[in-house]
Design a protein around this ligand. Structure first.
Ligand SMILES: [Zn+2]
Length: 558
């Protein structure tokens, strides 16, 4: 069985341990004092760090299963904070790999995982440690004792743990077939037409091969509904790698693959707060100079792209003002300048809630059809950024189960949004407003205003463990019309207090069917920092009239 290093790009993981600038800050056998317990110990594995090009470049980096196996533990443990243990069978011997201090786990106990499948992100033990991945390889029964720790027992350390770097480098050989719990994988369900294998994971990727039903394959990576497979190129008689839609890969027993792990573009533990500047690019630069890393821009395609490039740890959202124009998917493709080289942290939105169509079921279906068409066209152009659909506002969509349009509305969400979200192809855009400055203190009423986006998960079939996140292209305080912070006579201090409370509320876990999930919210743009020249909007919303004091070094951006 083959083992790869658990971090880095595919080509780095293909090389050897440790490749791609990753260093082991605390190699196995190093005697040290554990800062969290104050106890001495011999380290059981590697503490993988990556500090170039920037300090903490490893923060939130993807963590991958080192080899095929079964997750036997994924959860919290004291001191470790979080642990994933994967059980492997190598030459009829059981060996475990352990991944600790991680965040945003994508697997649970009992999941079958493939080598190269993302399982979590590099964390910092909830702030108790510097960002790093503790990774070890053990023959001790970590299924029974996921937190096993020999401490100063050097005899047991040498018996039960192996050097993870040496282990990986001595398990590089690719086996012909992989027998594991889920059975061998094969191409299935093409109805005899065969399946094109593509060079990249996109519908218009160059075709590099063709496979018939029943061909055995190995899946080496998965993202956004596509699986990278290893297959035998029959004309050359050699093994090749390519991409196919995950739907066509099944185990020989007919089971579907484990759920496709989503590769979130950038995930922060907390959401980013920023500003919606409309088309005031002076305001954009002013916010940027004050440390803002999250903006919503109208019409400025190159401004949004440049901002996203300049702030890889932030996001730029982009929309086009279309008024009553009935734009179709191709209009949005052109209007947003969709291109393959756009940055991954650019967030495109389509219809604003005030544009063209409203939120009656018929109007919803009209816009959803255009949106779905746009997603497939943008992905066919190999657009790598985020597409945030929806752009619903206060009162929409209707999630009151006794409302006459409730049934139709959730049926449309299930039909059009859920398949895209659940395959990691879209994010949601929502406009999250408070009806008053004090509303955030009213916990019982949050669902109808600031947290209405929960309805997509509660009723609409969106899986909380998937998708590309929820973004607020607009947020703030409003009263069903013109009336932002300034209209409410808010002070700089009360705006800052509103923002902190808003972030705390948005970061509360999402509870669906009794199970808790991390909040999918990624960021929010306060409407509006700039103005579009209309004094009603400027006077009602432009928080610059209050002075930028709360936004300078007040910690409200991040
Ligand atoms: Zn460690």
């Amino acid at each position: 069985m083959r083992f790869d290093q658990p971090v880095g790009t595919l080509s780095q993981r293909d090389t050897s341990a440790w490749a791609g600038g990753w260093i082991d800050a605390n190699p196995i056998g190093t005697k040290y004092v554990n800062g969290a317990t104050g106890l001495g110990a011999y380290h059981t594995g590697a503490d993988l760090n990556c500090n170039t090009p920037t300090w903490d470049a490893d923060a939130h980096a993807a963590v991958f299963a080192s080899a095929d196996g079964i997750v036997v533990f994924a959860g919290p443990k004291p001191v470790w904070v979080s642990i994933i243990v994967i059980k492997h069978v190598v030459d009829e011997r059981v060996v475990f790999t352990r991944y600790a201090h991680v965040e945003n786990m994508l697997v649970k106990t009992g999941d079958v995982v493939r080598r190269g499948q993302q399982i979590a992100q590099v964390g910092n033990a909830n702030g108790a440690m510097p960002y790093h991945l503790h990774f070890d390889v053990s023959f001790a029964n970590l299924e029974k004792s996921p937190g096993d720790w020999p401490g100063l027992d050097l005899v047991r350390l040498e018996r039960d743990y192996v050097d993870p770097q040496a282990w990986i480098n001595s398990h590089r050989k690719q086996e012909e077939t992989q027998d594991m719990a889920a059975g061998k994988l094969m191409i299935d369900g093409t109805d005899g037409d065969g399946l094109n294998v593509r060079a990249t994971g996109a519908a218009n990727g160059v075709k590099i091969g063709w496979l018939a039903d029943g061909e055995p394959v190995n899946v080496v990576a998965q993202q956004n509904g596509w699986s990278q497979i290893e297959f035998v190129n029959s004309t050359r008689g050699s093994t090749a790698r390519g991409w196919v839609k995950s739907d066509w890969v099944k185990s020989v027993t007919g089971e579907a693959l484990p759920p496709t792990p989503v590769t979130p573009p950038i995930v922060k533990k907390s959401m980013l707060m920023g500003v919606n500047v409309l088309n005031d690019f002076g305001a954009l630069r002013e916010a940027e100079a004050n440390g803002c890393k999250f903006v919503m821009v109208m019409d400025g395609v190159s401004e949004a792209v440049n901002f996203a490039r300049a702030h890889p740890d932030g996001y730029a959202m982009l929309r086009r003002y279309i008024g009553s124009a009935g734009w179709g998917a191709n209009d949005f493709i052109r209007g947003l300048g969709v291109a393959a080289d756009m940055p991954r942290n650019l967030v495109l939105t389509l219809f604003n809630e005030a544009d063209t169509w409203g939120s009656s079921p018929d109007q919803l279906e009209q816009r959803m059809r255009v949106e779905v068409d746009f997603v497939s066209k943008a992905r066919a152009l190999e657009y790598q950024g985020i597409i945030a659909l929806g752009t619903f506002s206060m009162g929409n969509p209707q999630f009151a189960p006794n409302a006459p349009e409730f049934g139709e509305t959730v049926a449309l969400i299930k039909k059009y949004y859920a398949p895209l979200w659940n395959n990691g192809l879209i994010a949601l855009d929502y406009h999250a407003y408070s009806p008053s400055m004090t509303h955030l203190n009213n916990d019982g009423d949050l669902f109808w205003y600031e947290r209405r986006w929960e309805g997509f998960f509660r009723y609409g079939g969106l899986d909380p463990a998937k998708g590309l996140g929820v973004f607020f292209g607009e947020c703030g305080v409003d009263e069903m019309g013109v009336g932002g912070f300034t209209q409410h006579g808010a002070s700089s201090q009360s705006i800052a207090a509103w923002i902190r409370r808003f972030v705390e509320i948005q970061m509360r876990p999402l509870e669906i069917d009794g199970r808790q999930y991390p909040s999918p919210v990624r960021g929010g743009a306060i409407f509006s920092y700039g103005n579009n020249g209309d004094p009603r909007w400027r006077d009602g919303y432009d928080i610059r009239t209050l002075g930028a004091a709360p936004f300078k070094n007040a910690g409200v951006w991040g």
